[in-house]
Each structure stands twice: as structure tokens, then as C-alpha cells.
Design a protein around this ligand. Structure first.
Ligand code: KIV
Ligand code: ZN
Length: 504
């Protein structure tokens, strides 16, 4: 069967999701998970955008066995910076792009067609002199004149690009139209280059367009985990992959993907990025294998195929049969974590186990979701400048809520009190007094991670500081405590990502 190559751009296009900030350790973990998932090419970033980005790409390139790609505009400076960041990779790829639509050339690049072709020739030639693997993308290809698109691809192919990628940058094209466009490019270049597609989801057609392209002969597809990305995001790879898997009879292609790693990868991407997965999201949403109506339940009990076209196991969504609780020891705890795919170092394991014990003393059964949340809370905040010590809240419906919070910072305990319109507002005002500066709350949500009266509550907040949004999460059986922890977590993450300290 024909092989489809998959490029994941969660760490590059996905990172352009508004409000998302990933720490260097978060990026590295995602890269490792993508490798385990069987992704062929990990697009690690856009090194010319900042030194921080370039360092993160370098770190991923040095530690990954998969092919690692760096995105570069069609300019000498970008290609050199891209190469510097990925040259240590086992198999480095330079990914050069330039826009080819009239709209982009006139209003963004201020270049004519011949200047664009010159830029393609010089940048792709330079890239090919450095790396043996060069991809070239036409940005806004689907709104470009197809004749000019062919000219651009011909120029790139003659200068050494071996993958020619058609980007539906604004999610504009319809599947049938895309099929014809891809067919044309496959007919012109398919014997000497891989034809790739990169689809955005503005009209919800990214997966349909990607699949249409495969039918038309494309052999390379791009997307992100959970479909994250700018605006409506990119093609959600888990959906495209499972469509190819479930309908192998129809597509007759194969991929390198270990589908059993999909669920865990998707969950971790959601946790590390702070972008939640809707319950009704295809393939990975919580409701995908849940059945509410009696008729469906009856059908699934007698034969799951009645209402399930894939099994939860096929995406690695397996239920644990081991029940962890307050009597479980460190060994059972670390064993279960390993089964879930987490291998923690000694220090992290100790911290995670302490948290597990604290939660197990309040909650009778600890489910896998609880364990994941515990591990996550240890991993997302490697640099904890502020730590909650105690809190006391008075809240009633006859006067303003009042909070007194004690936080430790560098061994020093600081206590402040504040009032607010409710208990969480009062607590956040007290924390702001301790930390100093403006940390306004932009969004707040609370969900039960597990079921039952003693469910763990997970609070997620988005806090703005110096113009940037940062996400924080907090976990506790007490929802006020979870909310306070989430706010402190957002502050710690902001400081960690910016490598700052408030000097408390
Ligand atoms: O959407 C787009 O056009 C891109 C290219 C840089 C491939 O992300
Ligand atoms: Zn894109």
C-alpha cells in the first residue's frame, strides 16, 4: 500500500494558537510524544522568529530520532538561521515557504511574480546546499493562479526541493476543487517530488480537504494534534489518521502511526497547551465512546460495532483495572504511571507521590485521569516561584467576600487579605497584592476531572500580564483551592516562560 508521510506542526503552526505559550520542557515533551506516535516529520518551530524559538528547535533537533523540520521564509537569513537550529538532528529538513497569491504578493510581500520566483530559486538552492531534505510550500496556494503555482513549484523542484506543499492557508478551498488542483500538481511533479498538503480549518473542511488530496495522489499531509493553530486551527491529525485507518478499504494507504498512542498524545497536548478538547470532538472527545440513549446502550452492549466504528483501545483509550487509593504504595503508583506512559525522575516521582497521598486521603478511588492530572501539575510548573501555603475565605450573600492568603516565595511567607465580589475574586485580589503588578483574569473555567461527590476539581484560568495571556491549572478536591492554585500556576508559568522573577 502507498505510504503517506505525516508532518506534525503542533509546535510551529499549533503554537500560533492565540493565548498559547509552551515552555521549553513542554515542547520537548510534545516532540517526544510525537516521535512515539510515529510522526515522520516534526516541524519544531520557526527559528528566525526569536532566539528563544531557535533554542527550543535546537534542543528538539538534538534529542529527536524523527526527522525535524525548521520553517523559514524564502530568504537567506531565515534559511541560515533554520539550518543552524536543526543541523544536529538525525535527519534535518529545511521547510522554505513564500506566498504565491496575487493578494499576498501585492499586499504583504510587495513583490511581483518574477521577484517571488527569484526568491524561491535563491532560498531553495541555499537550503539544498545545506540540507539533503528540503520542502517548499506555496502559502495561500489555493487562492493562487494555478499556472503560477506550477511555475513556483517548478522553480523550487529544479533547485532541489523534494517535497512540494500546497497550503490552503485560510481554509478556503472546497474538497472537489482541491482534488482537481492536487491531481494537476501530481501529474506535473509527482514523479520527482512528493506532493504535500497543509490545510486550515476556517470552514471546518481541513480533514475533508486533506483526505480529498490523498485521493488525488498527495503523499504528504500536514496538521496538528487536536487541530490547534491560528484562527480555526489546522487539520486535526488524529481525525485524518483515524479516517485513513477506519476506512483503509477506501483510501488504500498506510501511515507510520501507532494509533494506540493517539489518546495519550492528544491529552498531553491539551494539558501542556491549556487548549481543552471539546467533549464532542471527533476521535478524542470524551463523548466519542459514551452512550447515553437506552437504544444505543442496548446495541453497544450486545455488539459495540452497532454504534462504534472504532474501538477505544485502537486510540489507546483503555480503562485501568487496578484501583489506586490511600493504601497504595509508591511501587503501585509508579507502576501505574509507567503503564500510562510517564517515567518520572526520582524527584518528580516523590513530589507526585506526595500529592497522590494528599489527594488519596480525601478521595477513595484515584482514577487514571486523576493520576494524569497529578503528573501534569508536577510537570507544567518546573519553576515555582510562588507556592500556596494557607488560605481562609469568608463568603456570604450579605457582605463582600473576604480572603486571607499566605504564599511562600523563596522561603519567605507573605500574607495578604483582600475583599472581592465573590470568594475567588477576593482570593485573586489578595494574591495580586502579594505578587505585585497587574494580573487580570481573562477567563476562568472549572470542571470535575472524575465522577462522584469527591471528584477532583480542575480549574483553568487565563491571566493577562504585560499584554500576553498565560494559562494556569489547579487541581484539588476543594474548588476554591483549585482556583487559587490555577491562578498561582498561571503566574508561575508566565514568570518561567519569560525567565523572570519578581524578586520576592
Ligand atoms: O498555513 C500556511 O500557509 C503555512 C505555511 C507556512 C506552510 O503554515
Ligand atoms: Zn499553516
Amino acid at each position: 500500500m502507498k505510504k503517506i508521510t505525516i508532518l506534525d506542526t503542533t509546535l510551529r503552526d499549533g503554537e500560533q494558537t492565540p493565548g498559547l505559550v509552551l515552555s521549553a520542557s513542554g515542547k520537548l515533551e510534545i516532540a517526544q510524544r510525537l516521535e512515539r506516535l510515529g510522526i515522520d516529520i516534526i516541524e519544531a518551530g520557526f527559528p528566525a522568529s526569536s532566539q528563544e524559538e531557535s533554542d527550543a528547535v535546537r534542543q528538539i533537533a538534538a534529542s529527536s530520532l524523527a526527522c525535524v523540520a525548521a520553517l523559514c521564509r524564502a530568504s537567506e537569513g531565515d534559511v541560515i538561521k533554520g539550518w543552524e537550529a536543526i543541523q544536529a538532528a538525525e535527519s534535518p529538513r529545511l521547510h522554505v515557504f513564500i506566498a504565491t497569491s496575487e493578494l499576498h504578493m501585492a499586499h504583504k510581500l510587495h513583490m511581483g511574480k518574477s521577484e517571488v520566483l527569484d526568491a524561491i530559486r535563491s532560498s531553495v538552492s541555499l537550503a539544498a546546499s545545506l540540507a539533503s531534505d528540503v520542502e517548499f510550500s506555496c502559502e495561500d496556494a489555493t487562492r493562487s493562479d494555478p499556472d503560477f503555482l506550477e511555475e513556483a513549484f517548478a522553480a523550487a523542484a529544479s533547485c532541489g526541493a523534494s517535497t512540494l506543499n500546497i497550503a490552503d492557508t485560510v481554509g478556503f478551498i472546497m474538497p472537489e476543487e482541491f482534488e482537481r488542483l492536487v491531481e494537476r500538481m501530481v501529474a506535473s511533479f509527482g514523479s520527482s517530488a512528493a506532493i504535500g498538503v497543509h490545510c486550515h480549518n476556517d470552514l471546518g473542511l481541513a480533514v475533508a480537504n486533506t483526505l480529498a488530496a490523498i485521493r488525488a495522489g498527495a503523499s504528504h499531509i500536514e496538521g496538528t494534534i487536536n487541530g490547534i493553530g491560528e484562527r480555526a486551527g489546522n487539520c486535526p491529525l488524529e481525525e485524518a489518521i483515524m479516517a485513513l485507518e477506519v476506512r483503509k478499504d477506501y483510501y488504500q494507504v498506510q501511515t507510520n502511526i501507532n494509533t494506540k498512542a493517539i489518546y495519550r498524545t492528544s491529552q498531553r497536548v491539551a494539558e501542556l497547551t491549556g487548549i481543552p478538547i471539546p467533549a464532542v470532538k471527533a476521535v478524542i472527545g470524551e463523548n466519542v465512546f459514551a452512550h447515553e440513549s437506552g437504544i444505543h446502550q442496548h446495541g453497544v452492549l450486545s455488539n459495540p460495532l452497532t454504534y462504534e466504528i472504532m474501538t477505544p483501545q485502537s486510540i489507546g483509550k483503555d480503562r485501568s483495572t487496578i484501583i489506586l487509593g490511600k493504601l497504595s504504595g509508591r511501587h503501585a503508583f509508579s507502576d501505574r504511571l509507567e503503564q500510562l506512559g510517564y517515567k518520572l525522575n526520582e524527584n518528580m516521582l516523590n513530589k507526585a507521590f506526595d500529592e497522590f497521598k494528599a489527594i488519596a486521603s480525601k478521595k477513595s478511588v484515584i482514577a487514571d485521569e486523576d493520576l494524569e492530572a497529578i503528573v501534569w501539575s508536577q510537570m507544567v510548573s518546573p519553576l515555582e516561584e510562588y507556592k500556596l501555603e494557607t488560605f481562609q475565605i469568608n463568603s456570604s450573600n450579605i457582605m463582600k467576600a473576604m480572603a486571607s492568603i499566605t504564599i511562600s516565595c523563596n522561603g519567605r511567607h507573605i500574607t495578604e487579605a483582600a475583599t472581592g465580589s465573590g470568594p475567588i475574586d477576593a482570593a485573586y485580589n489578595a494574591i495580586m497584592k502579594i505578587v505585585g503588578g497587574e494580573w487580570p483574569l481573562e477567563s476562568y473555567s472549572l470542571k470535575a476531572v472524575t465522577e462522584g461527590m469527591d471528584a477532583l476539581g480542575e480549574a483553568t484560568v487565563k491571566v493577562r500580564h504585560d499584554g500576553r495571556l498565560n494559562t494556569g491549572k489547579g487541581l484539588s478536591t476543594d474548588i476554591i483551592e483549585a482556583s487559587i492554585l490555577a491562578y498561582i500556576n498561571a503566574i508561575n508559568r508566565t514568570l518561567a516562560v519569560r525567565n523572570e522573577t519578581t524578586g520576592c
